[in-house]
Design a binder for this molecule. Structure first.
Ligand code: ATP
Ligand code: MG
Ligand code: MG
Length: 556
């Protein structure tokens, strides 16, 4: 409902509060499976669930680890998820839960289902179960074990728990309807045997509840009012409701589905991201090219930018593809307001100001952020030998090139007008090694007393005073807007961008950046937004990650 400015989920919740449906309470949850790092899609769900809790008086949002599949889950992921949720600016307070804490309760619920005649132990193999399930156009067939007595089922289920059967030998299934048009309702498995050590319960259990069984009951146990999930669970909702209704639990949360976030030029499934990590296509989950929260943090994204992005995309029922340029737009918007401006030369070209006194150094005043006068000024040293960008000089300039060229005058930012008098070349390669220029000492601060104008302003650093830095330039991880294609899900790696990372080892940056704190963010004037890499930065030798270009490519 764009007119009222609130989305359909918030509308449902507002209505429920009005009608006192859940006693007027709002309890949501964010339920990640700890089988990978969080990505920007999860951020959408986090902003939604924690956001709704914050907006409603007395609202609460739980963080629940949905840890029912021990094969893929690890403590490292649990820790990273907590860290990322906090970093995004949300807090679960005392409401931290693990589905594994409910294993005993869930087991009792399963026993109760058996007692009600609503669950049975099935001894068909996985393949046979699949064959019996039927298809969308064909009803399923009852398992021959469907008619086992309650006593027999109770006995077999106890023995499953006690470890008397091999993995996969038996499953506990809900007894619903093998001819239901909804395949999820055709006697879905709710417990399976799996002898895998669990990261929290160790070897206590050799049977584990399936997602559909554990999720609705965990929601109910925690007193969740609105269980918000993505649309692929829409046709699981009848099962969600069936389990809670059949068991007659006191708290029956309402499941509401919204469209998951898809972002162009990237992939967003933990399984695929894990593949990139394991095959070393990226340096890790926090590689700055990854759409993970940790990757984006390392790249220089701010929590505000991510939250603003999530707010802007909103929530809807229909899936769509969001342009990655929109995400970049929000980080740029935030950094423009807050990032300190500095001068950095990525590809240095030496400039000697031949009429500037040797050994003399001036401290020139530079503005830290023209958007925010409160950020003040800083001093940058100016001397006889400088570096400018190679790109800012052209020996035979084309028509629209207004920067430095032989005989041409330009402004050095915060400093003087200079004129190029000579380009010195390497005798063998012909490559330009350095420029000789003169400066006009009357133009200090950037304007000429005689009122003459120059057509461009370029940035620079003092050769002697600047420090060396490594700069990493990132581009999209994939060359295709939608790398997962329509048909072939395994093909996505064919579309990896071979040029997604360019490293420039010897850049020169203002001396003030020698002690730049890991994670701090800057605008390199005329170049882009950069952030000090939190992992690879050594003392006095910073490494910078390019967060974004200056120019907005997002068409509004
Ligand atoms: P993936 O497919 O990337 O592995 P998942 O849904 O299996 O994601 P979970 O750990 O189960 O990952 O996700 C926790 C919550 O985040 C779920 O409620 C899920 O719906 C939500 N979520 C995951 N991916 C997205 C996405 N792309 N957009 C919005 N919400 C998402
Ligand atoms: Mg999941
Ligand atoms: Mg998944």
């Amino acid at each position: 409902n764009p007119a009222s400015g609130i989305d359909f989920i918030r509308e449902i919740i507002a209505e429920d509060i009005k009608t006192n449906k859940h006693g007027g309470r709002v309890v949501t949850r964010f339920p990640p499976e700890p089988n990978g790092y969080l990505h920007i899609g999860h951020a959408k769900s986090i902003c939604l669930n924690f956001g709704i809790a914050l907006e409603n008086k007395g609202g609460v949002c739980h963080l629940r680890f949905d840890d029912t599949n021990p094969c893929k889950e690890e403590i490292e992921y649990v820790e990273s998820i907590k860290n990322d949720v906090h970093w995004l600016g949300f807090d679960w307070g005392t409401h931290l839960y693990y589905t594994s804490d409910y294993f005993e309760k869930l087991y009792e619920y399963a026993v109760q289902l058996i007692r009600l005649g609503k669950a049975y132990v099935c001894s068909l193999s996985a393949d046979e179960i699949r064959e019996h399930r039927g298809t969308l156009t064909q009803p399923g067939k009852d398992s021959p074990y469907r008619t086992r007595t309650i006593e027999e089922n109770l006995d077999l289920f106890t023995r499953m728990r006690n470890g008397e059967f091999a993995d996969g030998a038996q499953v506990l299934r809900a007894k619903i309807d093998m001819s239901s048009p909804n395949l999820n309702m055709r006697d879905p498995a709710i417990y399976r045997i799996r002898r895998t050590k669990h990261h929290r319960t160790g070897d206590t259990w050799c049977i584990y509840p399936m997602y559909d069984f554990a999720h609705c009951l965990s929601d109910s146990i925690e007193g969740i009012t609105h269980s918000i999930c993505t649309t692929e669970f829409e046709n699981h909702r009848p099962l969600y409701d069936w389990i809670l209704d059949t068991l007659g639990v006191e708290c029956h949360p309402q499941q509401i589905e919204f469209a998951r976030l898809n972002l162009s030029y990237t992939v967003m499934s933990k399984r695929k991201l894990l593949e990139l990590v394991e095959e070393k296509q990226v340096s890790g989950w926090d590689d700055p090219r990854m759409p993970t929260i940790s990757g984006m943090r390392r790249r220089g994204y701010t929590p505000e930018a991510i939250r603003n992005f999530c707010e802007r995309i909103g929530v809807a029922k229909r899936e769509s593809m969001v342009d990655i340029a929109l995400l970049e737009h929000f980080v740029r918007e935030d950094l423009n307001k807050h990032a300190l401006r500095v001068m950095a030369v990525l590809r240095p070209l030496k400039v000697v100001i031949v009429n500037y006194p040797e050994g003399h150094v001036e401290e020139l005043e530079c503005i830290n952020n023209p958007e925010d006068p409160n950020m003040g000024t800083r001093k940058a040293p100016f001397s006889r030998v400088l570096y400018i960008e190679q790109d800012d000089f052209c020996e035979e300039p084309p028509k629209k090139f207004f920067r430095l060229a032989p005989g041409r005058e330009v402004r050095l930012r915060y400093a003087y007008f200079i004129t190029c008098i000579k380009a010195i070349k390497d005798e063998v390669t012909g490559e330009i090694k350095e420029l000789h220029c003169t400066y006009d000492q009357e133009t200090r601060g950037g304007s000429a007393p005689d009122g003459r104008k120059v057509k461009s302003t370029i940035h620079w650093v003092s050769a002697e005073h600047s420090i060396e830095a490594e700069v990493r330039l990132y581009d999209h991880l994939f060359i295709k807007e939608s790398p997962c294609g329509e048909k072939d899900e395994t093909d996505f790696k064919k579309f990896l961008n071979p040029n997604s990372l360019e490293i420039i080892a010897k850049c020169r940056v203002e001396p003030g950046l020698a002690d730049a704190k890991p994670g701090s963010r800057y605008q390199f004037e005329r170049i882009g937004y950069f952030c000090v890499d939190a992992k690879d930065t050594a003392s006095k030798k910073p490494v910078f990650n390019r967060t974004a270009l200056l120019r907005d490519t997002w068409a509004k």
